[in-house]
Design a protein around this ligand. Structure first.
Ligand SMILES: [Zn+2]
Length: 205
């Protein structure tokens, strides 16, 4: 996704994260991988995704279905001309099908083909570590982080944030941006989000 999009995903992490701490029964088995109950956490990178196209398809589908219905952002449909988003409620309940400003028919906001390219691009970035939550061979959650240069941070969040981050670790040339974390509704509240987050962050600690 574009850098601008990544900023907004930060809020999404919070939403997905809540309530998954309480009863996570984690067990680590170095031979079969990390598990939360009967959900397996599987690390992935660019090579993994390109050699498991069915998993990539599922990940893309899950990604689109989660973010298009996320109430914090309301990005169900988009006016391709103004890049203005419309929520599920606006489209499906209020019946908005065209942009009120320009009359352009609204399009799906999260297009699988575009999302697939963006995920593969992220997965190619330096020191990428993604983790999937797999239950009965199906993707039920995901998390990943990317490295951003201070130029990226400056362009996205502006000077204030950039300077604050630089003060935390003046030696570091980059920022780790934990931009994606989600778990399907059916698997929330079991500690999977927490385990995904820990798995991703463990790479950088
Ligand atoms: Zn418009």
């Amino acid at each position: 996704m574009e850098i601008g999009k990544e900023v907004k995903h930060e809020g999404r992490q919070e939403t997905e994260h809540k309530g998954e701490d309480e009863e996570g029964h984690h067990s680590e088995d170095h031979h079969s991988g990390y598990k939360v109950g009967n959900v397996q956490l599987v690390e992935f990178d660019h090579h993994f995704l390109t050699s498991h196209p069915e998993i990539l398809e599922e990940l893309v589908h899950l990604y689109c279905s989660i973010w298009e219905r996320d109430d914090n952002f309301g990005e169900y449909r988009i006016c391709p001309r103004h890049k203005k988003y419309f929520s599920y409620e606006q489209v499906e309940i209020e019946g908005v099908s065209h942009c009120p400003d320009c009359g352009t028919p609204l399009e799906v906001a999260w297009k699988p083909e575009e999302v697939k390219k963006e995920i593969l691009r992220d997965a190619k970035s330096k020191d990428f570590l993604g983790t999937l939550a797999i239950h009965e061979r199906h993707v039920q959650g995901f998390a990943w982080a990317v490295f951003l240069s201070f130029d990226d941070v400056l362009a996205t969040w502006g000077k204030g944030v950039c300077n604050q981050l630089k003060q935390i670790n003046p030696e570091s040339p980059v920022v780790i941006y934990f931009n994606e974390l989600a778990v399907t509704k059916e698997h929330r509240g079991k500690g999977i989000g927490t385990a995904l987050a820990k798995k991703v962050l463990s790479k950088y600690s």
